[in-house]
Design a protein around this ligand. Structure first.
Ligand SMILES: [Zn+2]
Length: 102
């Protein structure tokens, strides 16, 4: 039995995240943000991996529960930025960033 339909569904789910849009909004909303540990203000965006091309923003999934019985473990997508000096990692919930404008 082929697993192609499941992969297609996952690819569609990744596209629906609009992670590139979320990443751009995070960068705009937090421009000049300082690292809480070293005060550096330069960050790099997590890119590539999984289904994302190497140069594109890639979602990082936070697992809510490692147990999985049917389908993937419960998780949510984030935009990940790392401090270029000390490596501190900050995560922004993609569904909040891409949610309704207030
Ligand atoms: Zn830092």
């Amino acid at each position: 039995m082929s697993d192609a339909p499941e992969k297609k569904d996952f690819k569609a789910q990744i596209a629906e995240l609009k992670i590139e849009v979320a990443a751009q909004l995070v960068i705009e909303k937090t421009a000049d943000a300082e690292c809480p540990f070293c005060k550096n203000s330069e960050w790099f965006l997590e890119t590539g991996g999984g289904l994302s091309p190497a140069e594109d923003a890639a979602p990082v999934f936070l697992m809510k529960d490692p147990r999985s019985f049917l389908g993937p473990a419960p998780s949510f997508a984030t935009v990940s930025l790392s401090c270029t000096n000390c490596g501190f990692v900050r995560l922004h919930n993609a569904s909040v960033i891409n949610g309704p404008k207030s």
